[in-house]
Design a protein around this ligand. Sequence first.
Ligand SMILES: NC(=O)c1ccc[n+]([C@@H]2O[C@H](COP(=O)([O-])OP(=O)(O)OC[C@H]3O[C@@H](n4cnc5c(N)ncnc54)[C@H](OP(=O)(O)O)[C@@H]3O)[C@@H](O)[C@H]2O)c1
Length: 332
Amino acid sequence: VTPADEAFLRRTLELAERGRRTAAPNPVVGCLLVRDGEVLAEGWHERPGGEHAEAMALRLAGDARGATAYVGLEPCSHHGRTPPCADALVAAGVARVVIAALDPSPKVDGKGLQRLRAAGVEVEMAAGEVEAAARRQNAEFRTFHLLGRPHVTYKAAASLDGRTATAAGESQWISSPESRRLVHEWRACAGAVAVGSGTAVRDRPQLTARDVDPPAQRQPLRVVFDRGGRIDRATWDGVVARGDAGEELAALAARGVTSVLVEGGATFAAGLLAAGLIDRVALFVAPLVLGEGPGVFAGWAAGSLADAPAAVHLEARPVGPDILLVAELREV
Ligand SMILES: NC(=O)c1ccc[n+]([C@@H]2O[C@H](COP(=O)([O-])OP(=O)(O)OC[C@H]3O[C@@H](n4cnc5c(N)ncnc54)[C@H](OP(=O)(O)O)[C@@H]3O)[C@@H](O)[C@H]2O)c1
């Protein structure tokens, strides 16, 4: 896999993002068909039941004989709602396939690769940063298939000194309008949005994707985690989860939910962390100081520095006046 190949693979990752709101429970996938350095066609997967990225690129290219196909995820090998992409690539006469990451779902899991190679197609796998980026891009799909539960992102807004509310409990709004707009986009992409009962009682959050462009075609499932029965089911417009967090997450997966955006509060988040159920922390750090007040996690403490959950990957970027930290606590 050459640097030129890697550049084409990165383009497939960009294309894949076009399906971010709609592809679940399927993965987001992009595909590029290239011949003699010229891009013949680009494709991506938009929604379940719709064309796969490879099929779209092959349709748009018309003639793809002798081309190289770049794909973010291993081409599928099974008949689902659409025929296998590995077969379609072979039938189209594609000479070489360069893949960013393998598909860990039981129906594929290396079989797409085998099928291509058996048909005499040259197949190459990316490694290093491109592969890591491709895997991270489908963290939801991977977690869903490998761990049998949705991928969990805990999002919070904190002050410079790490407080998520004032000592009196006021938290709206610590982060900027720009950060809150980004959270609305995340909601538009999430299968479910969840809060603990404390936040539900105190803030009565709507948890809907409102401030997004284009407008959301569907809203995430709204879930409140409430073992103690503080929330009246009749007044909560969504799902009241009264059981163990791990079992409730598995139940969401059984309904096809591949991602959950947890929006606090700190007590609920600590419960999830202690149970090993947080995959990603997305923290908006706002440039103000609150002094006393709850932290990002409350009611739980690391036994020692050596035992402290640590990020396996960390990214930071400015969002308006805030800094967004995205920490992957687990990657599968
Ligand atoms: N800055 C921010 O980003 C942000 C975001 C959200 C909220 N907030 C602020 O945070 C405050 C509310 O936070 P909070 O800590 O009081 O409440 P919380 O974390 O929203 O809810 C805590 C409750 O969740 C329930 N729960 C259900 N499953 C749990 C589990 N597996 N582990 C732990 N708890 C579980 C527990 O009640 P049961 O034991 O009865 O189940 C617990 O008392 C408010 O002031 C709010 O404004 C800030």
